[in-house]
Design a protein around this ligand. Structure first.
Ligand code: CTP
Length: 406
């Protein structure tokens, strides 16, 4: 259980913070909500008190005997502000201390994450962008807003991501100091990371398909870690069962042929490509346009399958010198045999790094933890066990090392 301060600034998206608070308390965290005075115009004090189980203050002089303006910040494991308005961001960047929330920011020793929400003009304004850059330089994690419908008829970047998309960032930042430190480094700022995640489906007819058990968690953890480290992230998503990180662009695909098309299109603009998707190696020679009827297959159904394009191999052979490509190897072997198969696969695919995991027993799919070994063409970079969130940072560290050496 962690102590979280949830700051809420005065924007219409304040209502989404109720759901974020609910997800935090459901996960067992102790959350103190610190709204700004103007946030109470959108969601009232009673709601925050009822949902958090704590009294709610907005000003330094309320309950001054508790010295909340110092204590809350000092004792927090994480401060999250959602929504963070243009005004709150400006006050944070200039170090103002004119209400309880800005005092908390000045006394917090823990990671601080801001999720901005405002109209597009306000977000793109040079003043806001300069304030965001200042905060990021100081190690504050500022999540990019979503692009979409805003209050009223207009749309553009400025939407607060949904609570379900923000909450995994909270979980990830609380997971370990290594993860939080990596997130504040912003070493991937200015880089475009394209991650394929999930599992492709090859349709036999409109209702039946050949698929696999990948939930997409590993790929999405990498996408989230890259976004927290400042990268522009595109997720090529094949039937994922987990939320896409806030701020990432999503390109849905169904089959390996769709995957090949999407990756070929995105690759020229990518600095790092991570192929975490479980892509089908075989597809029906012809898919039936109508549902295959049982009566037409009395003697059983013979499937005629052909190999799909090896997307990783194709991308690796075409890649520009400065691009780093990471492949995955799902193997049902262990120990030295696992390593041997992995290194053979790396050579065959021609990528820069291969993340090898043992999938015997199907234990990896959908699970929070994993055990990986990362190999390069000439070395074993290392083996790690841990949550997919923590391992994601190891993989990005290894990819970063290749990129800076290249
Ligand atoms: N991959 C791909 N295109 C395919 C199949 C796989 O790009 N048609 C990618 C996966 O995303 C992964 C890597 O290749 O990054 C290895 O996938 P894996 O299934 O382990 O290897 P295969 O090449 O399919 O070899 P095999 O199944 O024979 O072990």
């Amino acid at each position: 259980m962690a102590r979280i301060v949830l700051g809420v600034a005065g924007g219409i998206a304040a209502y989404k913070a109720c759901e974020l608070l609910r997800l935090m308390t459901k996960a067992g965290h102790d959350v103190t909500v610190v709204p700004t005075e103007s946030a109470l115009n959108f969601v009232g004090r009673t709601t925050w008190e009822a949902l958090s189980g704590h009294p709610v203050k907005t000003q330094v002089f309320e309950g001054a005997d508790e010295v909340a303006h110092v204590r809350l910040g000092q004792q927090a494991d994480l401060v999250v502000i959602a929504p963070a308005t243009a005004d709150l961001i400006a006050r944070a960047a200039t170090g103002r201390a004119d209400d309880l929330l800005t005092n908390v920011l000045l006394t917090a020793h823990c990671p601080v994450m801001l999720a901005p929400a405002m109209h597009t003009e306000m977000w793109l304004h040079a003043a806001t962008q300069a304030n965001v850059a200042t905060l990021r330089e100081r190690g504050v994690i500022v999540v990019d807003p979503d692009d979409g419908r805003l209050t009223g008829p207009d749309s553009g970047p400025g939407r607060l991501p949904e609570a379900a998309d923000l909450f995994p960032n909270v979980a990830s930042l609380l997971e370990s100091e290594t993860v939080a430190a990596a997130a504040t480094r912003r070493d991937l700022a200015g880089r475009h990371v394209v991650v394929s995640a999930g599992g492709t489906r090859e349709h036999l007819d409109p209702v039946r398909y050949l698929g696999n058990s990948s939930s997409g968690l590993m790929g999405l953890s990498i996408a989230r870690a890259a976004a927290l480290r400042g990268a522009r992230v595109t997720v090529v998503a094949a039937h994922i069962e987990h939320p896409v990180p806030a701020g990432a662009t999503v390109r849905p695909v169904v089959s390996t042929a769709d995957l090949a098309e999407a990756m070929t299109e995105l690759a020229p603009e990518a600095d790092v490509i991570v192929m975490a998707v479980a892509a089908a190696d075989f597809t029906p020679r012809t898919a039936s346009a109508g549902k295959i009827k049982k009566e037409s297959a009395d003697a059983g159904l013979q499937l005629d399958l052909v190999q799909t394009t090896d997307v990783l191999k194709t991308l690796s052979h075409r890649r520009p010198r400065e691009q780093t490509i990471v492949g995955f190897a799902a193997e049902t072997a262990t120990g030295d045999e696992l390593l041997r198969l992995g290194q053979e696969k790396l050579a065959r695919k021609g990528c820069d790094l291969l993340v090898i995991n043992d999938v015997s027993g199907g234990g990896v799919f959908g699970q929070a933890d994993n055990a990986i070994t990362i190999v390069s063409p000439d070395a074993v970079i290392g083996s790690w066990t841990g949550s997919k969130g923590a391992l994601a940072h190891r993989i990005l560290d290894a990819a970063g090392a290749v990129g800076s050496a290249g």
